[in-house]
Design a protein around this ligand. Structure first.
Ligand code: SAH
Length: 283
């Protein structure tokens, strides 16, 4: 770690018998926080999810014990109750327990349930927020989630089916044209999302995008409209983890500026004053 990072990081003390609920971000290790890195380097045992990228797993020390806990929709390795119990058990053995989760632990991450269980068991825990998929995947795909005059707000919504297979969401509120909606876990319910939003007044031509494996080297972004997106997802064989973004913000940047993830490439042209400026100052 650089001296500068050490100077900031010396405050996160991870005591034995504690748990750290740590957000690992969406995949790119450069999006880890310094706090997350501190907990990662001190952990005795890591209880981790499917969404934590291999590059981040490789940062754990060789003597850190690894416990994989799931979860894929159809293959729940451990139920949430069992995960909660496991975390408390490991802490009570006197270990520093790293609970490493994709994105942010408190955004569709069940981190709140884990923290409540730990406290009920008398175990203290740290929480290190992570970059959530919505903000990081959108940024890497060149989509500003809010944009002056285009989107005044943004909602993060789960597309995961509730009990009895229903997707009960506040559709009228979500159908307001001036807001961006981001669906987590929405790939299997995209057709319903499309139908409900259109039925509640959102224009069928509203721009929409899906980002597969956002911020990883394999990131793929497909842009279309509310009407065309479900078909495009099939055509391009898009798989989880994927994030859906609906709203006019999707098309704020030109495709020609977006051929690298997390980078806006200025294209040379007669009137590209800003790009020329950047090129000269960088030299
Ligand atoms: N706690 C996580 C979300 C977990 S829910 C967070 O804050 O990001 C799992 C869903 O997150 C996935 O189904 C997908 O919709 C989204 N997701 C997580 N990582 C992603 C990634 N790298 N690319 C695209 N979507 C991602």
């Amino acid at each position: 770690m650089s001296k500068l990072i050490q100077q900031i990081a010396s405050k996160s003390v991870f005591a034995k018998g504690e748990v750290a609920l740590v957000g690992a971000g969406p995949g790119d290790p450069e999006l880890l926080t310094i706090k997350a890195l501190r907990f990662i380097e001190q952990a005795d045992v890591a209880v981790y999810d499917r969404l934590v990228s291999p590059e981040i797993m490789s940062l754990l020390s060789d003597d850190c014990e690894l416990i994989y806990v799931g979860k894929k929709q159809a293959d729940h390795r451990l139920t949430q109750d069992k995960i909660n119990e496991l975390l408390a058990e490991q802490a009570k053995l006197g270990k520093r327990v790293l609970r490493l989760k994709g994105g942010d632990p408190f955004i569709f991450g069940r981190g709140g349930e884990e923290a409540l269980h730990l406290l009920a068991e008398g175990v203290s825990c740290h929480v290190a927020p992570g970059m959530t998929a919505a903000s990081s995947c959108a940024a890497y795909a060149g989509i500003p989630l809010t944009h002056r005059g285009v989107a005044q707000g943004c909602s993060f919504i789960t597309g995961h089916l509730q009990t009895e297979g229903r997707l009960d969401l506040p559709w009228p509120a979500l159908s307001v044209d001036s807001q961006t909606i981001v669906f987590y876990m929405g790939i299997n319910t995209l057709e319903t999302i499309k139908q409900q939003l259109i039925a509640h007044g959102r224009s069928p031509d509203t721009p929409a995008a899906i980002i597969e494996k956002g911020t990883r080297p394999e990131q793929k972004t497909i842009r279309g409209t509310l009407t065309s997106l479900p078909e495009l997802v099939k055509q391009h064989d898009i798989k989880p983890p994927s994030l859906i973004i609906i709203g006019h913000v999707v098309n704020q940047f030109e495709e020609q500026n977006l051929n690298n993830n997390g980078y806006f490439q200025a294209i040379e042209s007669e009137d590209a004053v800003f790009s020329d400026f950047r090129r000269y100052t960088a030299a």
